[in-house]
Design a protein around this ligand. Structure first.
Ligand SMILES: [Zn+2]
Ligand SMILES: [Zn+2]
Length: 267
């Protein structure tokens, strides 16, 4: 079954993140994060068959540069096309991020609050808190009609609130950042290894697997491994881990892996 919502992930990982959530029935779209340059953004929109001028809002998960570095250049590029989508972020994220404050004056800005749903582009968006070392860090549940997407990256653990927000979705996009052994044996300095492994770091393949298993539901059709590390993981490993977990539970959802350098679309 193809649902009403589409998720086009233009880039995912520590080199840059950007994703578009689109209502296929209306074409109305939202951009989640923008940590890629304007040429990559517009080029990948073309590749994904997405019209960027249909973007009605920009949602920011947190202030780290891999999620915000392209906000200014992309919003200026959209403005040249007559598109000035307002920006939504947690007030703590906004005040801590220079990349966001730089866009003040370019587009309208709105505060979001964890657990408080809001309507934009004809969708209901529910922000929920993640456990990450960045002020106000947030992820989102998107709903239209009876279709839902859960979108969560950059979290060291999955809090009960995040788990609740991801329950019963058709498309589950969830971080599968690293293989713990590869990270421990890999080239990163000890402080960075501990940061990634910590409760405010990133989810491992094993943590992702555990969450996906706990979120299995008859309406789940797609699981997308997100923010996969290029140094401490492979792009095959999360797919293998998740496919094995789904098979072990007799669940037929499709597994996808989001990439750093080219778009993937799930619908
Ligand atoms: Zn990130
Ligand atoms: Zn981050």
């Amino acid at each position: 079954m193809t649902g009403r919502l589409e998720l086009a992930i233009l880039a995912s990982g520590s080199s840059g993140n950007a994703a578009i959530v689109r209502d296929a029935e209306t074409g109305r779209s939202l951009l989640v994060d923008c940590g890629i340059c304007a040429s990559a953004f517009f080029g990948r929109c073309d590749e994904a068959g997405v019209d960027p001028s249909e973007i009605e809002a920009v949602l920011v998960t947190h202030g780290h540069s891999d999620h915000t570095s392209g906000l200014g250049v992309v919003l200026r590029g959209l403005a040249k096309r007559g598109c000035t989508p307002p920006l939504y972020a947690h007030s703590l994220t906004r005040s801590a991020s220079k990349k966001i404050t730089e866009t003040d004056g370019l587009v309208e800005q709105f505060d979001i609050a964890h657990g408080k749903p809001f309507e934009v582009a004809g969708m209901t968006v529910t922000p929920f808190p993640t456990s990450h070392d960045s002020e106000g860090s947030t992820c989102f549940r998107f709903e239209v009609g009876d279709d839902a997407i859960g979108y969560m990256t950059d979290t060291g653990v999955v809090t009960p609130k995040a788990h609740e927000a991801l329950t019963g979705v058709r498309i589950l996009a969830i971080e599968s950042n690293h293989d713990k052994a590869m990270l421990k044996e890999g080239p990163y300095p000890p402080f960075l290894k501990w940061r990634i492994l910590g409760n405010e770091g990133h989810l491992s393949n094993a943590q992702c697997r555990k969450q996906v298993v706990s979120l299995l539901h008859p309406s789940l059709e797609h699981v997308v491994a997100m923010h996969v590390s290029e140094n401490n993981n492979t792009f095959e490993l999360p797919a293998e881990v998740l496919s094995e977990a789904l098979a072990a539970h007799g669940h037929g959802a499709c597994v996808h892996v989001a990439l750093p350098d080219r778009p993937i679309t799930v619908s």
